[in-house]
Design a protein around this ligand. Structure first.
Ligand code: AHM
Ligand code: MG
Length: 330
């Protein structure tokens, strides 16, 4: 029987926007354009094994990592989908050192986009799920073309955030502050279809923690004691090493994801603006939370575009507990 009750992402976004009579449609269009970029990136990710997009370029990104071709491609797809629409004043990407200005020939708009075009890209050539993460803020600077201050906004001021996971199916999960909603790409119609309405972290959560335990010798005493206690309590461990995938599992099953500070990386590895803050907004909207180990990620005031932060996120009770243990390391 034909399912006539399909809720596509476009329909969902439009229905959400109806709640705001003053809405201009700019925000809706930003999400539409991101969804299009996600489909294009997903298509290329899915055929990564059969075309010559795998392999490394000679370039090194602003973090000193070798950039893989698919990262560059994904970055350009997002950039080109967003720069000419007149909805954004500027952008920032994990792959660019500076704020990305909207070219002079295009109009600008009221929103700012921060994104990690292809997170976990070291996993591409072994067919592990990777993802795109995005965060949207309202412009706060005076001029029309945006400025650094538009990008350096506290997570609490996000108007929307989401991620796309290119896994066994492609899924887009987003929040605009009214719950978390997940959509699965139906390749036969080329649409994201609502598959996970009103996602909430399960309570009680699965007894799972997710951390790169190879770094345990470099952890502080509190971090080590926390994980030791979880083990004693019979917790199990899962770690993919691809943030979007590890977060997606944590969101649907519950538990905690951790990228703690350690001796070699005192601020951890993950980036506040492109990774931690957007996922923190989603975690919070799903009834969970995210923390640096000391304060809520949503309350961290950024000072640099590419700043890193330790990250603990998932089920609220577990993040609260992590903070108690981490206090020992200060
Ligand atoms: P990337 O931005 O270079 O892809 O690195 C981010 C990835 C995350 O997806 C993942 O959570 C983390 O690096 C894993 O790091 P580690 O290998 O240190 O555990
Ligand atoms: Mg990343």
């Amino acid at each position: 029987m034909l399912d006539t009750h399909i809720v596509t992402l476009s329909r969902h976004i439009v229905e959400q926007e109806r709640r705001f009579p003053e809405a201009t449609g700019q925000f809706t269009n930003v999400l539409f354009d991101l969804a299009l970029a996600a489909k294009v990136i997903g298509r290329e990710v899915n055929k990564a094994g059969i075309v010559d997009v795998i392999g490394r370029t000679d370039q090194v990104n602003v973090h000193g990592e070798t950039v893989q071709k698919l990262d560059e491609y994904a970055d350009l797809v997002v950039l080109n989908a967003m720069d000419h629409t007149g909805n954004l004043c500027c952008m920032a990407s994990e792959e660019h050192e500076d704020v990305i200005a909207i070219p002079e020939r295009f109009p600008t708009g009221e929103y700012v986009l921060m994104y990690d075009p292809l997170d976990g890209s070291s996993n591409i050539d072994v067919n592990v799920s990777i993802g795109t993460i995005f965060s949207i803020h309202r412009k706060v600077s005076k001029g029309p073309r945006g400025a650094l201050e538009d990008c350096l906004q506290v997570g609490r001021r996000q108007v929307a955030a989401g991620y796309v996971v290119y896994g066994s199916s492609t899924m887009l999960v987003y929040t605009s502050g009214a719950g978390v909603h997940g959509f699965t790409l139906d390749p036969s119609i080329g649409e994201f279809v609502l598959s996970h309405p009103d996602v909430t972290l399960p309570d009680p959560p699965n007894r799972v923690y997710s951390v790169n335990e190879a770094y345990a010798p470099r952890w502080g005493e509190g971090q080590r004691a926390f994980v030791a206690e979880l083990k004693e309590e019979g917790y199990t461990q899962r770690y993919i090493g691809s943030l979007v995938s590890d977060f997606h599992r944590t969101l649907l099953r519950g538990g905690i994801f951790m990228y703690p500070p350690d001796l070699r990386q005192p601020q951890g590895k993950l980036r506040l603006l492109y990774e931690a803050a957007p996922l923190a907004f989603i975690a919070e909207q799903a009834g969970g939370r995210a923390s640096t180990g000391e304060i809520d990620i949503m309350d961290v005031v950024p000072t640099e575009l590419h700043q890193r932060t330790p990250l603990f996120m998932g089920s609220k009770g577990m993040v609260d507990r992590a903070e108690e243990f981490l206090a020992r390391d200060r």
